[in-house]
Structures are given as structure tokens and as C-alpha cells.
Design a binder for this molecule. Structure first.
Ligand code: FES
Length: 163
């Protein structure tokens, strides 16, 4: 024969078992949601900007050699760090470099002899990087460029290195 206390004891065991199951399921759910959400969080969270010049304060120019810009009026698109740049020699023989990121919407600009153009929306800059027509709101970022050991190096323009 069973009395009410056996039934209550059986219900208690069942409640404990149910609670344990819910706790374990909840913990697994929290871990699963965390594991699923972390990559999304990493994707949408802003990454700290990487210093393209590194600890030396300068970066080697890739894809443009000194020979590519040896003649007045020549220029080419290259890169430094993970950014694009243009390096060119003016008609008067001065070696110059500018960050290639258009200040309108970020397309890469191109050297065009006597001007710098952006193919995306027709922006035009002069050879100092000043925005002269089209939608770009600001000048291009100037870079200091030097030739050393058969390579070109760019560094930020500071008041001490102002071109
Ligand atoms: S991105 Fe260069 S003009 Fe729009």
C-alpha cells in the first residue's frame, strides 16, 4: 500500500530531476548562445586602427620602385601597410606621395599626370592633394616620401617634416 508521503517523495524526486534538467539545458543554451554571438560581436565591433607606419615611423612603399618615378611627370599607385598611396614626380622633379583614399567615399585615386582623379564619382585633386572639383570634401592626406637603398618609404607629415 502506498500512502501520500511516498507520493510526495516521488513528486519531490521528479521536481528535483526536472529542475536539474532545466538547469543543465539552460546552461547549455547560454553557452551555445555565447558561442554563436561571439563571432557576430567580433564582426560588428570596430577594430582598432592599425598604425601603417609601425614602430619605425615609416613604411616601405610596395608596387612602386624609384625607377617607376624617376622621370618628371610619372607616377604610380602603390601601397604601404594595408593602405593605398600614389607616388609621383612632378614636372619640376619633386618626389611626392599622397594617401590614395579619396576623401569622398574612400575609393582609391589615380595619378593622372597633372592631376589626381577618382573614378568613382569624378573627384579631382591637384598635385598637392587639394580637392579642386567633384564631391571630395577634403584634401588627400599628404605623406613624406624618401628614397633609400633602392626602396621608397613613406611616413606621416608632421610639423617637423612638413613638405
Ligand atoms: S569616392 Fe572619390 S569622388 Fe566619390
Amino acid at each position: 500500500m502506498s500512502d501520500g508521503s511516498e507520493s510526495a517523495s516521488g513528486d519531490g524526486k521528479m521536481d528535483r530531476g526536472r529542475r536539474r534538467f532545466l538547469r543543465i539545458t539552460g546552461a547549455i543554451g547560454v553557452v551555445w548562445i555565447g558561442a554563436a554571438a561571439y563571432p557576430f560581436y567580433k564582426y560588428i565591433s570596430p577594430r582598432p586602427a592599425k598604425d601603417p607606419f609601425g614602430p619605425e615611423g615609416r613604411a616601405v612603399v610596395k608596387k612602386v620602385s624609384p625607377a617607376d618615378v624617376a622621370v618628371a611627370g610619372t607616377g604610380a599607385n602603390g601601397s604601404y601597410g594595408e593602405r593605398g598611396c600614389i607616388v609621383f614626380r612632378t614636372a619640376s622633379g619633386e618626389l611626392r606621395a599622397l594617401d590614395a583614399k579619396c576623401t569622398h567615399a574612400g575609393c582609391n585615386v589615380n595619378f593622372g599626370g597633372d592631376k589626381i582623379t577618382c573614378h568613382c564619382h569624378g573627384g579631382v585633386y591637384d598635385l598637392l592633394g587639394k580637392n579642386v572639383s567633384g564631391p571630395p570634401p577634403r584634401p588627400l592626406t599628404p605623406l613624406r616620401v624618401v628614397e633609400e637603398g633602392g626602396l621608397l618609404y613613406v611616413s606621416p607629415v608632421t610639423p617637423e617634416t612638413e613638405v
